[in-house]
Write a protein that binds this ligand. Structure first.
Ligand code: SF4
Length: 398
């Protein structure tokens, strides 16, 4: 069912006001589906498929909130929600037909300063707060770390804040993960506190997909009060990650309303995913639906060449650029503000459009020390299959 057909607010919330068990986010998290044995009780899966999925979750764990699982249309084997949360045999393909893959497409490791700090762009520091997410999205670009033991997360937030305070070029901090809102509220408070008084910080972002996959987290008054209080001293933004209009439910709308009531702006960073949102109608419904609930469409990412992801999720750039152009023709000014982006090792690159087989790009962020590259225009030769900048030869403009 396309939830755009009806205004979300007209549907009742699944979290009934007297359902105290489901309103307690920590208890609700315990209802997550994390094993194939639990999954086969909820979703129809053939015995042959079951065997394969056991192998898949050994490589990349599964974690699905009951709320998100309930959004699946069980009668539709191609349901887009299903593709984002249920493991697939395609994940066994490490490289795949679409070309080379990597575990670290954004080059995080090169900019790892220790203690969970990634410092790629001079003006932005990213703090990896946890490896845990309410849901482990099958298309995640940090698939190599989410839900897995790793040494990339912050151990001492006061020390992280000292690093940020010592680097006056940093204008903003992204608290990321994993999903920072899966940490207890008092831990989030301890993480934010030392950032309050750093004078050169203009704002702080907390990146989270919880409004989409686990909206009950935002019914926690203590959390909303904490965010509202912090936002008075230091402007807070929440980048989130809606990919499909079916995710724009009454519950997600309520989570957004609560964040907005705390004075927080929410920006959306979607990913273009094959068989999920790679058609004009879905993209336009998504962007219009976001605007309707007060979320700013900010980025539409080209799916990165991630091992176990690219093979089945990436859309060729030629298809992507045409889709985005057609969607933009139907969208009003606010709904079409998003940039179609390649999050590349060298920096962020906006895909502006194409002239015949020439892909027109503009770099908008460059790695620290390579700032001269930011704002440069690039032209690459398109073909029918290339899905990443490196697949397309550059064209020198004379
Ligand atoms: S919530 Fe974000 S970090 Fe976590 S698995 Fe999904 S895409 Fe990855």
């Amino acid at each position: 069912m396309d939830r755009e057909a009806e205004p979300p607010a007209s549907e009742p919330l699944k979290f009934a006001p007297n359902d105290t068990a489901r309103l307690d986010w920590k208890k609700e998290l315990q209802n997550n589906i994390t094993t194939i044995d639990e999954l086969i009780n909820k979703i129809e899966i053939t015995p042959a498929e079951e065997l394969i999925l056991r192998e898949v979750v050994d490589a990349h764990p599964m974690n699905i909130p009951q709320y998100y699982l309930d959004l699946i249309d069980q009668d539709d084997p191609n349901d887009p929600i299903r593709k984002m949360c249920i493991p697939s045999r395609e994940e066994l393909v490490v490289a795949g037909a679409m070309g080379e893959t990597t575990k670290d497409p954004y080059g995080d490791d090169k900019h790892d300063k220790g203690n969970g700090i990634l410092h790629k762009y001079g003006y932005t520091a990213l703090v990896v707060s946890t490896e845990y997410c309410a849901m482990y999205c099958r298309h995640c670009f940090r698939k190599r770390m989410v839900g897995l033991e790793n040494d990339k997360t912050v151990e001492n937030f006061r020390e992280a804040a000292k690093y940020i305070a010592a680097h006056e070029e940093i204008t903003n901090v992204v608290v990321s993960g994993g999903d920072p809102f899966m940490l207890p509220t008092d831990v989030i408070a301890r993480m934010l506190e030392p950032l309050r008084d750093i004078p050169h910080l203009n704002y702080v972002r907390i990146g989270s997909r919880a409004p989409v996959v686990f909206p009950v987290r935002f019914l926690d008054d203590e959390l909303i009060e904490l965010l509202e209080d912090f936002n008075r001293d230091k402007t807070l933004y929440v980048p989130t990650h809606f990919n499909h209009p079916n995710e724009l439910t009454p519950e997600a709308t309520e989570a957004l309303a609560r964040l907005r009531s705390a004075g927080i702006s929410v920006n959306n960073q979607a990913v273009l995913l094959r068989d999920v949102n790679d058609d004009v109608e879905t993209l336009t419904d998504l962007m219009n639906g976001l605007i309707r609930i007060g979320v700013n469409p900010y980025y539409l990412y080209q799916c990165m060449p991630v091992s176990r992801v690219r093979h089945h999720f990436q859309v060729p750039l030629k298809t992507g650029v045409d889709l985005v152009d057609k969607a933009r023709q139907q969208l009003d000014g606010y709904a079409k503000r998003f940039k179609y982006i390649i999050g590349h090792d060298i920096g962020k690159i906006e895909i502006c459009g194409r002239i015949d087989d020439k892909l027109i790009l503009k770099q908008i962020h460059a790695r620290a020390g390579e700032e001269n590259d930011a704002s440069r225009m690039l032209v690459h030769k398109l073909d029918d299959t290339g899905g990443w900048l490196d697949d397309l030869p550059p064209i020198e403009l004379t």
